[in-house]
Design a protein around this ligand. Structure first.
Ligand code: CMX
Length: 133
């Protein structure tokens, strides 16, 4: 793992939370992007070498909608950048972690991504990601 690429935070409303995080972090949101396959709209803030990603659900089928229903707003996942997502998925699977994708999928901010089931990582949803060249 190269670094913490971003921390994902589930929010009810980007229109409320983007201005809140702009004040909190004292930096503007640099991008909002809808990821239709994940049923979310994302908003990104750069913080040093890492990012904060706010996530709003676009429909009830979204993992974010389910998370908000069950737990309410808050920390949703930690994403680690990796150099070779295929090699890292193989390594993690061999170590006994449960991958939620068999092959990486396209995520927000020009990334290939794969999630690990939180039940096998102490209740923390982990994403690994790699820039699409
Ligand atoms: N962090 C920690 N635990 C979580 C969690 C999260 N973000 N989301 C769900 N869980 C927990 C549930 O509370 C549940 O716990 P209990 O068994 O103790 O009740 C457990 O995981 C399993 O939950 P589930 O009801 O069986 O399954 P869900 O339908 O809630 O799905 C998960 C959970 C992680 C498999 C699903 O959310 C998933 O596939 N996530 C990956 C994709 C994703 O999160 N997309 C949104 C972000 C996209 C982006 O960043 O662009």
């Amino acid at each position: 793992m190269l670094r913490v690429e971003h921390i994902g935070i589930a929010v009810n409303s980007l229109s409320t939370s983007v201005p809140l995080f702009e004040k909190l972090l004292n930096t503007p949101c640099y991008k909002q992007e809808e990821v239709t396959s994940e049923h979310v709209i994302t908003a990104f803030f750069q913080q040093g070498e890492s990012k904060i990603e706010l996530l709003e659900a676009t429909g009830p089928e979204s993992a974010i909608a389910k998370f908000l229903d069950k737990k309410g707003e808050g920390m949703h996942h930690i994403a680690f950048e990796v150099a070779d997502i295929y090699a890292e998925m193989k390594r993690l699977q061999e170590e006994g972690f449960v991958l939620l994708q068999e092959i990486p999928k396209k995520g927000a901010d020009n990334k290939l991504i794969c999630f690990l089931h939180p039940k096998h990582s102490n209740g923390v949803l982990i994403e690994i990601c790699q820039d699409i060249k």
